[in-house]
Structures are given as structure tokens and as C-alpha cells.
Design a protein around this ligand. Structure first.
Ligand code: ATP
Length: 425
């Protein structure tokens, strides 16, 4: 790293500290992840204690740059408190203008605090809103989620058992973007409805409109149910707790009801959060297979917990998913406010899914013809087909996918299906 860019990076921190201290309306989400670290923000409570400061020690620890105060000593707008080597700005406006004119524009565009101040000064091509969008809100980070989880376990050791039964991801960890999913109009309408309900949660609470936010995703395997639940975590900025019913019930049977209670408890404590229960039809299967009544108690406990949880009151969005809706009885079915269909994609959807999956690849594909040829394929089948086509091209030392590779992909998916439906007897 050159000396000059080190100076810019130090000046970014010193200026950010000064502006953040002066403007009380700025909060933790106006700080870049590095500034959050240097200013010792509390990622659990989202609190940043003012005044924040830029010292040699903290800059060295976070940026790996030693003797920061010496490196900015030529700047006439910086003073140094000898004790602790804290740097201060003596005249904010000229210091900020100088930073910008000496090449700080790209750092400013990524730094909401600097963008806020320089936009106010009338600097062109600087947008506070864009800078905010360039940084992940602190609530979305894994660090925030981990800090909250360890605090919760500290308060109630029993919640640790629930952690073994769920997969928890912060929005930051979710790779699935809603823009990469090809959705039906109905699916998009639900997303919008939930977004508005969360935005107007207080209003709905005041008017006691609670029948929102328990969704059942229904459809064959590989049609995007899990992907949609994950994508909602990113879109709605909520961590997602993923539960497989078969996993909970296969373990210590006597403990099952308690484990279900604990999972719901955890979801409420982490709220706003998404609780995603996959294989929801397991509820029905377990009723018939159970001899000793423990499973029946577990199912009752699940249904009771579903009754008690609520997006408007507790901030928990519940999503159940099933490939076998016909197995669900009325008791389970009526607990959901909305049932959303994830059918096998039609020709147009298949064409769009294929375009999305291959958007970063070099390929000569007739999408229209391929969409026609792949009748009955799910989104997951289409992904598998393209993966096979990519491997076929790579094995042939090519990075461009052609019709022969696609043919191999189609055959592979069809063979899998044929094996699945083979009668061995
Ligand atoms: P299961 O019922 O077996 O759990 P599912 O319905 O949850 O399946 P996913 O796991 O979400 O399906 O999807 C499998 C893969 O197929 C994912 O990689 C997903 O991105 C892709 N996929 C499925 N449907 C779509 C779609 N409509 N648009 C884009 N990708 C899709």
C-alpha cells in the first residue's frame, strides 16, 4: 500500500470521528464496518458512545497502519493530543474539502458519514443515500447475530439445546438474492404484502390486525421454496432460523415438545426474525406412525406454538414448506394465513430461470428451444442440467457451453428421474 493511500485511509477515520461527534442524528449504520470497529461500537445493542476518537493504537489494530499521527502530521487541519496519540480536526470544512480534492472521492462514496457532510456542503457526485446502501446495516451482520446469541445463551442455558436443532443465518450470510429467483406474480405480491406489513407493524398492532405473516409454501421439490425463504431474510433484513421437523422429532423423543418450545422462544428473542419450518408434512406422517403418544404431544406443542407466534405482535415471520400438502389436515392447514404455490415452472419461467442461471457464462444457447425441451424440469433440475453442461465443456478444455454440453445435461437429469422411478422388483 502506498504512503499516500495510507494517509487517505487515516484521514477518512479522523474526519469520520469529527463529523460523527458533531452530528447526533448519525447512527451506527452510518459507520463503515472498519469505523464501527475502530470506534468500539456495541454490535449487540447497536450503540456507539460519543465522543468517538481516532487514535494510533486503534488504527494500527484495525487497518494495520503504524504511527498514524506521524503520517498525517503535514496536514494543517489535524492536531494531535500527545497522550494516546489521538488525532483531531481543527477546521472541519477545509479539512473535508482537502480530503476530497486529494483523491478521497471513492472512500467518501462508501462512507455514509463523509457523504452526509460533503453532500450537505454541495459536493457533486456524492450521495449520502448511495453511501448508506453501500454498507450492510449492522443488524444484518453475523457479528451482531453472534453477539445476540451468546448473550441469550448467557441468560438462559436451556436455549443452547435449541441451537443444536436449528440452522441460524444472519442476512449477511445468505447468498440467495431475490433478484436471482424467477417468481410468479403471486409470489411477488406476497413479498410486497409482507414488506408493507412489517413497515406498518405499529399501525396494524394498534388496529389489532394480526392475521398476517404465517405462510405455507407448497410445491414439488426444487421449485424454490427454501430459496425464497432465504432470500426474504436478505430482503427483510431478518435472521433466518431453519428447522427440519424430521430432525427435531428423530432425536430424544421425550424432549421433543420442550425443544419445539425452545425453538419458538429463540425465534421470539431474536425477532424480528424468520422461522422457516421445512418438511411441514412430517406433522401428519408422525401422527399415524406414533405408538407412544410422545409424537402426538410434540405435534400439539408445535401447533400451539404456531398459534402463539405472530409477525405483528412478536416480529416473527413463520414460513412452513411442504412437498405433500395433501397430507396436512385441517388443523395444520388453517393455521396459515396464506398458502403460496410453488408449481413446476412453465415454459416462460423455465426460459427466464435458464437465462438467470447462465447470465455470467459464455454460451450459445437457444433459450426458447431449450425451455420447450425441458418440460417437467424444476428450477433445481435446470441448475443441475447447466452444472453438468459446464463440467462437460470444462472437461473438453472449453469455457463456452455449446449444444452438445446442454444435451449431456438434459440426459443426466432425465437419467436420474428414470432411476428414481425404476421398479426393482
Ligand atoms: P425442496 O422441497 O426439495 O426443499 P425447494 O422447493 O426448497 O426444494 P430450493 O432448494 O429452493 O427448492 O431450490 C433448489 C435450487 O433450484 C436452488 O439453487 C434454486 O436457486 C433453484 N431454483 C428453484 N426454483 C427457482 C426459480 N424459480 N428461479 C431460480 N432458481 C430456482
Amino acid at each position: 500500500m502506498s504512503g499516500e493511500s495510507e494517509v487517505q485511509r487515516i484521514m477518512e477515520i479522523v474526519l469520520t470521528a469529527e463529523i460523527f461527534n458533531q452530528y447526533q442524528q448519525l447512527d451506527i449504520n452510518d459507520l463503515t464496518p472498519t469505523c464501527r470497529e475502530i470506534f468500539r461500537s456495541d454490535v449487540t445493542t447497536l450503540d456507539v458512545k460519543r465522543p468517538v476518537s481516532a487514535s494510533d493504537g486503534r488504527i494500527k489494530a484495525s487497518l494495520g497502519i503504524a504511527d498514524a499521527h506521524k503520517k498525517v502530521s503535514a496536514n494543517p487541519f489535524v492536531s494531535v493530543e500527545e497522550f494516546g496519540q489521538r488525532m483531531k480536526i481543527t477546521a472541519l470544512e477545509p479539512a473535508a474539502q482537502r480530503f476530497l480534492s486529494e483523491g478521497g472521492i471513492s472512500l467518501t462514496r462508501q462512507n455514509p458519514v463523509l457523504a452526509f457532510y460533503l453532500e450537505k456542503l454541495g459536493s457533486e457526485n456524492i450521495s449520502y443515500k448511495s453511501a448508506r446502501e453501500a454498507n450492510l446495516p449492522c443488524q444484518d451482520t453475523k457479528a451482531h447475530l453472534d453477539a445476540r446469541l451468546s448473550r441469550l445463551i448467557g441468560e438462559d442455558e436451556k436455549l443452547r439445546n435449541a441451537l443444536d436443532l436449528v440452522i441460524i443465518n444472519a442476512p449477511e450470510e445468505v447468498e440467495q438474492d431475490i433478484g436471482d429467483l424467477v417468481c410468479t406474480e403471486e409470489q411477488l405480491a406476497i413479498v410486497r404484502k409482507i414488506q408493507h406489513s412489517i413497515e406498518h407493524r405499529d399501525f396494524l398492532h394498534r388496529h389489532r390486525i394480526y392475521e398476517i405473516g404465517k405462510l405455507l409454501f407448497v410445491g414439488p421439490p426444487g421449485t424454490g421454496k427454501t430459496s425464497m425463504a432465504l432470500a426474504l431474510s436478505r430482503t427483510m433484513h431478518m435472521p433466518i432460523l431453519e428447522v427440519r421437523l424430521s430432525m427435531i422429532t428423530s432425536q430424544y423423543l421425550g424432549e421433543t415438545s420442550k425443544n419445539i418450545d425452545r425453538i419458538f422462544e429463540l425465534a421470539k428473542k431474536l425477532s424480528p426474525a424468520i422461522l422457516f419450518i421445512d418438511e411441514f408434512d412430517f406433522v401428519a406422517k408422525s401422527r399415524t406412525a406414533d405408538d407412544h403418544g410422545a409424537m402426538k404431544r410434540a405435534v400439539n406443542s408445535l401447533l400451539k406454538n404456531i398459534d402463539k407466534i405472530n409477525l405483528i405482535k412478536n416480529g416473527v415471520l413463520l414460513i412452513g414448506a411442504t412437498n405433500h400438502p395433501q397430507l396436512l389436515d385441517d388443523a395444520a392447514w388453517r393455521r396459515f394465513d396464506e398458502v403460496i404455490e410453488f408449481a413446476l415452472p412453465d415454459e416462460e419461467m423455465r426460459r427466464n430461470i435458464l437465462k438467470t442461471i447462465t447470465s455470467s457464462l459464455h454460451c450459445s444457447i437457444d433459450y426458447q428451444a431449450l425451455a420447450k425441451q425441458t418440460e417437467g424440469f424444476s428450477g433445481a433440475d435446470l441448475r443441475m442440467m447447466i452444472k453438468e453442461a459446464i463440467l462437460s465443456a470444462l472437461m473438453d478444455k472449453r469455457q463456452t457451453i455449446g449444444p452438445a454440453d446442454i444435451k449431456k445435461g438434459i440426459e443426466m437429469v432425465r437419467n436420474r428421474e428414470a432411476i428414481r422411478h425404476q421398479n426393482w422388483i
